[in-house]
Write a protein that binds this ligand. Structure first.
Ligand code: AMP
Ligand code: MG
Length: 452
């Protein structure tokens, strides 16, 4: 950017990032793998459901006319001519004066037009031996306890329209309509690079001057949570050549490359320079707190992101001027190193971009909760501030937000205690206790009740 001191407002920054981002191409995946994806095509029923009239109850299939006079005091006795269970077709019809034992989900035998529940007969429930006769204690109109063919879905119906989010409660409709697979918008592939001489992989003992690389694991979880596929690029030293080599690997294999750390103006902040070496920077520094030193740019890769483990897909990255000419665009995010900042900036910028790629109309995919702030807080008047807060709800359903531990951008304990981010807009400096705020909810954990 020409003016190095310019802080871009959040909406303007996000607008530029989303500018030419479109939904990724469709792919066909197994029904269960579609979870969390957006349908790329209508799901059309291949067959009618139920395919035939079936019984909604365990009982006796009858001709309603035969039992029209039946009552508890004057039951009607019918001859039992057989049984039909789910998965079997009756071998004979129900004629005058007869009945057939029927189980839930079984095909209605020819001749019958109603089912009498076993509770409304003299037959004991759950007994396997078939009685010779059955006493019917109620009159039933035609259609009683019968599920009509096509009462759920008719062949050719659109059971799930394109654009619908696949969720657990929709998988059954897909499979019942005759499909083992679904055509969905491909999940974005997001490569993740940590940078810093101080970082060691998760779980390793710390030598002097070292800390764990917590951001790689956090960002991978955020990628999954946003419906994407994380691709770890490991930890780069604060060395431009190392960073560039790993970024190139990511560009060849992903739709988005997210680096964390090394993006500020420190002597060892090499990520922006690396971005410039392999692509271009479109913007950096956004008016938010935490997360001001954020860089965004673009590079180009040859070949599809999902056919990328081929060696020949590497080293094909265009330089600053020819990124468009060289094919598949890859978005580059340089997130700040402080782990709370990288979390927040992913949430605010990478997540909506990923969701646009994944075909979602709602780019945030979060519930906003209106809450009363229990604690006052001082914020930077020039930047939109995101406070880490816990939520609790009173009997009337009103939410209270409390500052969740320390608000320092290195304080993962505060982030871990939070249920969401309270938004303090630009123009507001100090917020007083009692102020109303919007909270971007991560999925409130009511089990904690008091917000801890
Ligand atoms: P930087 O932007 O590289 O100067 O990093 C800012 C702060 O974030 C420093 O205290 C780093 O040690 C810390 N940091 C950077 N990357 C990570 C990471 N992957 N995990 C945890 N802390 C990090
Ligand atoms: Mg660093």
């Amino acid at each position: 950017m020409s003016d190095p001191d310019l802080l871009l407002p959040l909406d303007a920054a996000l607008g530029r990032m989303l500018h030419d981002v479109a939904a990724l191409p469709p792919v066909v995946v197994a029904a269960g793998e579609s979870l969390g994806c957006v349908l790329a095509a209508d799901v059309v029923a291949s067959h009618t459901m139920p395919p035939w009239d079936d019984s909604a109850m365990d009982g006796y299939a009858v001709r309603s006319i035969d039992v029209a006079s039946a009552s508890r005091h004057r039951p009607v006795t019918l001859r039992v001519v057989g049984e039909v269970a789910a998965g079997h077709a009756a071998t004979e019809a129900v004629g005058p004066g007869s009945a057939m034992r029927i189980l839930t989900g079984a095909m209605l035998p020819a001749g019958a037009d109603a089912v009498v529940r076993v509770e409304d007969t003299d037959a004991p429930a759950g007994v396997t031996v078939l009685p010779t006769n059955v006493s019917i204690r109620v009159a039933v109109p035609p259609g009683t306890s019968i599920r009509r063919a096509g009462s759920d879905v008719v062949a050719g119906d659109i059971v799930l329209p394109a654009g619908r989010l696949m969720a657990a409660h929709r998988i059954g409709a897909l499979v019942a309509a005759g499909h083992a697979t679904a055509s969905v918008v491909r999940r974005p592939r997001v490569a993740i690079l940590a940078t810093g001489d101080e970082l060691v992989p998760a779980g390793e003992p710390l030598l002097s001057a070292q800390i764990p690389d917590s951001s790689s694991a956090t960002l991978a979880a955020q990628v999954r949570d946003a419906g994407g596929v994380p691709i770890p690029l490991g930890i780069a030293r604060d060395d431009r050549a190392d960073i560039i080599a790993r970024l190139r690997d990511g560009i060849a294999r992903a739709d988005i490359v997210v680096a964390s750390g090394g993006v500020s103006v420190g002597a060892h902040d090499e990520v922006r320079l690396a971005f410039e070496a392999i692509g271009r920077i479109d913007l950096w520094r956004v008016a938010i707190q935490p997360g001001k030193p954020l860089a965004f740019g673009r590079a180009a890769a040859a070949g599809a992101a999902d056919a990328s483990d081929r060696a020949d897909a590497r080293d094909t990255v265009g330089r600053a001027d020819d990124t468009e000419a060289l094919g598949r665009p890859v978005l580059l995010f340089g997130l700040p190193g402080n782990p709370v900042s990288s979390f927040v900036t992913f949430e605010l910028f990478v997540r909506p971009v990923m969701r646009r790629m994944a075909g979602h109309a709602d780019l945030m995919g979060r519930t906003i909760v209106r809450a009363r702030l229990a604690d006052g807080a001082g914020t930077d008047v020039g930047r939109q501030t995101y406070l880490r807060v816990s939520l609790s709800r009173d009997r009337q359903g009103s939410f209270t937000a409390r500052l969740a531990g320390g608000q320092g951008s290195h304080m993962l304990s505060g982030l871990a205690a939070a249920d969401g981010l309270a938004v303090v807009p630009v123009g507001v400096g100090d917020v007083d206790a009692g102020a109303e705020v919007d909270v971007i909810s991560f999925g409130w954990d009511p089990g904690m009740g008091d917000g801890r």
